[in-house]
Design a protein around this ligand. Structure first.
Ligand code: CP
Ligand code: NVA
Length: 307
């Protein structure tokens, strides 16, 4: 693994291997603390958009493992504006040992990876959010074990988070359903990739409109904001379209009795997810957020070649 840009770049075995390593590092952290495997290593973190979880969990992942992280704000770097992405990648390759980048355009993180001599991690783009997908899979396996055939349902916008959830689900042999309003479907290329993966793993894929139909038999109900970062001018329009896709108690009651409810956060409470569900017995949103830390330690360890 040279970079970590998309879950679809990994084999099913590689995905499971990362998850197993994450479990090991999580246990170790809570028992005696992690070993300083990242001693002397620094992660450069480029952010073109705001972040709580990604920023703090990567920073703490590096510190827990004996390394360090450097936050580079949008204003300082001016990715592609103050300086070309190719030049930034080549300069930073001489200063830090890996890069994590949160960008608007997916092409920009690919360009960084193309020009850097050090590993590049995609910390969210307009196309996908693979670090989130790995933490999500870790959370799902903690709740249901490693078996195939789980039903994972995403309700809402066919966005970046949905792409990575679809790809990790198909890699692990889970069935994936998206219920989205017309005009808010998943990226067709991401669907093609998932269909190819599903042929090998026998996952079933469904793309439908009706959230009620989508959650029947679901072991996982996942939702995310109706308006992603960079789409703010569409907020008013989206607030009119998405209310039938709210994850509320009625919808949760229509799923499997042991369903878990997931959200990558930040949540817009009582829009895509009600307080009752977010704080209710089926919700795993906080353990899920905490799993970012453990999943990312595994990704970093593999990229650094130290575990
Ligand atoms: N889920 C997630 O990536 O959160 P942040 O935007 O706060 O990093
Ligand atoms: N889909 C959301 C995820 C935030 C972590 C966004 O891109 O804003």
């Amino acid at each position: 693994m040279k970079h970590f840009l998309a879950i679809s770049d990994l084999s099913s075995d590689e995905v499971q291997d990362l998850l197993d390593l994450a479990v090991k590092l999580k246990k170790q952290y809570f028992k005696n603390g992690n070993k300083p495997l990242f001693d002397g290593l620094v992660l450069g973190m480029i952010f073109q958009k705001p972040s709580l979880r990604t920023r703090v969990s990567f920073d703490m992942a590096m510190r827990h493992m004996g390394g360090d992280a450097l936050y580079l704000s949008p204003n300082e770097i001016g990715l592609g504006k103050r300086e070309s992405i190719a030049d930034i990648a080549r300069v930073l390759s001489g200063y830090v040992h890996a890069l994590m980048a949160r960008v608007f355009e997916h092409e920009h993180v690919l360009e960084l990876a193309k020009w850097s001599d050090i590993p590049v991690i995609n910390g969210l783009s307009d196309y996908n959010h693979p670090c989130q997908g790995m933490a999500d899979a870790l959370t799902i396996q903690e709740n249901f074990g490693k078996g195939k055939g789980l039903n994972v349902t995403f309700v809402g916008d066919g966005n970046n988070v949905a792409v990575s959830l679809m790809h990790v689900s198909t890699k692990l042999g889970w069935n994936f359903t998206l219920a989205s309003p017309e005009g808010y479907d998943l990226n067709p290329k991401a669907i093609e990739i998932a269909q190819d993966i599903a042929k090998k793993t026998r996952s079933k894929l469904r793309f439908i409109r009706d959230p009620h139909e989508a959650v029947k038999g679901a072991h996982v109900i996942y939702t995310d904001t109706w308006t992603s970062m960079g789409q703010e001018e569409e907020t008013a329009k989206r607030e009119k379209v998405f209310p039938p896709y709210q994850v509320n108690q009625q919808l949760v009651d229509e799923a499997d009795k042991d369903v878990i409810v997931m959200h990558c956060l930040p949540a817009h409470r009582n829009h895509e997810l009600t307080d009752e569900v977010a704080d209710g017995p089926h919700s795993v949103i906080f353990p899920q957020a905490h799993n970012r830390l453990h999943a990312q330690k595994a990704i970093l360890a593999r990229l650094f070649g130290v575990a």
